[in-house]
Design a protein around this ligand. Structure first.
Ligand code: ZN
Length: 158
């Protein structure tokens, strides 16, 4: 069986008057992440990991930030495009392991909802998705508050 591995990283800063969308789920919060799209740092990281595993660049290549098509785009649509691309390339996800790092929002109580959303969006089993929440140990000043995300994905030839 042929396997390919990929890693993803993304970061977005918190800003006023933005919804917080993580893994396609809106999380109740005072502020959300800023960005050209809905700034879903989790899905962007997942997309980059999959594209990296395929050796096909990153989501900035698919959706250049300066493109009008990227403005306010729902990141689940970006993920769908990347998954279609993966399927056409003859691969499926073996497993994906995600770590999100943020301070501003207590995410623990939303973890199950986010994981369930990721499982559904990628059509996987529960044991194929790892999702870990870490803090920034208060190293970020509030005006520089951000969410960082890392992921590793293993793809297997179908
Ligand atoms: Zn992003």
């Amino acid at each position: 069986m042929s396997m390919r591995v990929g890693t993803g990283f993304d970061v977005h800063r918190f800003a006023d008057n933005r919804a917080l969308i993580l893994g396609g789920v809106e999380i109740p919060a005072a502020r959300g992440l800023d960005g050209v799209s809905d700034a879903d740092v989790v899905l962007h990281t997942v997309c980059d990991a999959i594209l990296g595993a395929l050796g096909k660049g990153d989501i900035g290549d698919l959706y250049p930030p300066e493109d009008t098509a990227s403005q306010g785009i729902d990141s689940t649509l970006i993920l769908q495009k990347v998954l279609d691309f993966m399927n056409e390339s003859g691969y499926e996800i073996g497993n994906i392991d995600i770590t999100i790092i943020l301070e501003e929002v207590r995410l623990k109580k939303h973890k199950e909802t986010i994981v369930a959303g990721l499982v559904r969006l990628m059509n996987l089993r529960d044991d194929q998705v790892g999702f870990k929440i870490k803090s920034q140990e208060k190293l970020m000043a509030p005006e520089k508050s951000c969410a960082m995300c890392f992921a590793t994905v293993l793809l297997e030839r179908k």
